[in-house]
Write a protein that binds this ligand. Sequence first.
Ligand SMILES: [Zn+2]
Length: 148
Amino acid sequence: MVSARNDSRKIRRRDSGKVSGSHMQCGIRTRKIACEQQQFSSRLNALWIELVSELEGCQSEFKNHSTVLTDNDNPSERTSQNILTSTINHLAGRVREVDAAINRISSGLYGICIDCNKKISQARLKANPSAVRCLRCQAALERIQKSG
Ligand SMILES: [Zn+2]
């Protein structure tokens, strides 16, 4: 009984010391990252809104085409509907990417490559804010996709 109480007090004291020590360091670093990520976050949010409104536009156009198709089944309508379908799929994929990037910011994983866990370069993130892989891993993935 007595020894257990002593142990827990010892652990608590060690923990609180550790927390206050690393908290200070962390505070400075977090503020710098928060500032950079704030910019990416607002860019991603703007991009998300843009993509979703584009997607909604395509979807309503797709609905209009579907109604036309049942009345008038001609090849050019079919082609434009196919183009719309691939555009919708592409946009939906982009929305998912941007969504994932926004989630990664809130979980503190933004800018970390999902394959090798190394930092993605700022230049790459500026060019493509929803990038989840570093250049090397992305290139490796594309090589695999091309060969397979
Ligand atoms: Zn990587």
